[in-house]
Ligand binder design. Structure first.
Ligand SMILES: C[S@@+](CC[C@H](N)C(=O)[O-])C[C@H]1O[C@@H](n2cnc3c(N)ncnc32)[C@H](O)[C@@H]1O
Length: 238
């Protein structure tokens, strides 16, 4: 069942790859760069003392896409494995990384978040920027992440949310009316209609924190960014 839905999502990302980065920066007013930087800091800098020897640490960036999230982590001088189901997104990301860094340890792999091709206890941290919302079998994806994290490792997820404050109404208007209109100028309207509806359908922050807890993660927490339009979720494996 999830394989069919995964294929639809993969096809959608394969199609929008050429406009993805530009629209990301445009539609978020450049905030996406700051959000990913914060995610990378939470995954690497704010980690426990084991992370001080940075060169030897390895991070899985799940749903790495065109690699802007992987780039934010690579800047912290750690090894990054980038996994995505879309070959086209990954290819564009890999090219961008090769142009940007002379020597970096980035390993792109086409794979599904539901079936990660790694042994148990392999990674010091797992990040996922704007990807978990696309994995509708969220419990399955979280169980996979838990399995491949080392003991003492940390999950750091960046995801959109609907603010529960005065920004909610204008944000919904922006999401449901303005973004699809702008996206249609780039011939990718349906993908950005999906963006709005998937954000509406996604877990409320408190429910996602509970899900992290139910999936075995310790000390789960949610940190709001940009007035609650985006959240960073963190959990640890002990
Ligand atoms: C919105 S993009 C995020 C890309 C990147 N992390 C960023 O920060 O820009 C979501 C990515 O998730 C990938 N994706 C969706 N479902 C997936 C799954 N089940 N397994 C792996 N990747 C998936 C898509 O192919 C797409 O590249």
């Amino acid at each position: 069942m999830y394989m069919k839905e995964e294929k639809t999502i993969k096809t959608m990302f394969d199609r929008i790859v050429l406009r993805y980065d530009l629209l990301n920066h445009l539609l978020s007013f450049g905030q996406d760069i700051i959000w990913r930087k914060k995610m990378a800091e939470e995954a690497v800098n704010n980690f426990n003392s084991r992370f001080k020897v940075q060169g030897s640490k390895i991070v899985l960036d799940l749903a790495t896409g065109t690699a802007d999230s992987a780039i934010a982590i690579l800047k912290k001088r750690v090894k990054v494995v980038g996994v995505d189901i879309s070959y086209e997104m990954l290819k564009a990301g890999n090219k961008k990384i090769k142009n940007k860094f002379e020597n970096c340890l980035f390993y792109p792999i086409v794979a599904s978040g539901y079936q990660l091709p790694f042994k148990n206890n392999s990674f010091d941290a797992v990040t996922c920027a704007f990807g978990i919302r696309n994995m509708h079998e969220t419990k399955l994806a979280l169980a996979e992440i838990y399995r491949i994290l080392k003991n003492g490792g940390r999950i750091v997820i960046l995801e959109f949310s609907l603010p529960e404050n005065i920004f909610r109404k204008p944000y919904l208007f922006y999401l449901k009316k303005i973004i699809p209109a702008i996206a249609s100028l780039f011939s990718v309207r349906s993908a950005y209609e999906y963006l709005g509806s998937s954000i509406e359908r996604f877990y409320k922050p408190r429910d996602f924190v509970r899900l992290l807890e139910d999936s075995g993660f310790k000390n789960p927490k949610a940190i709001p960014l940009s007035y609650g339009c985006v959240y960073i979720y963190i959990g640890e494996k002990f």
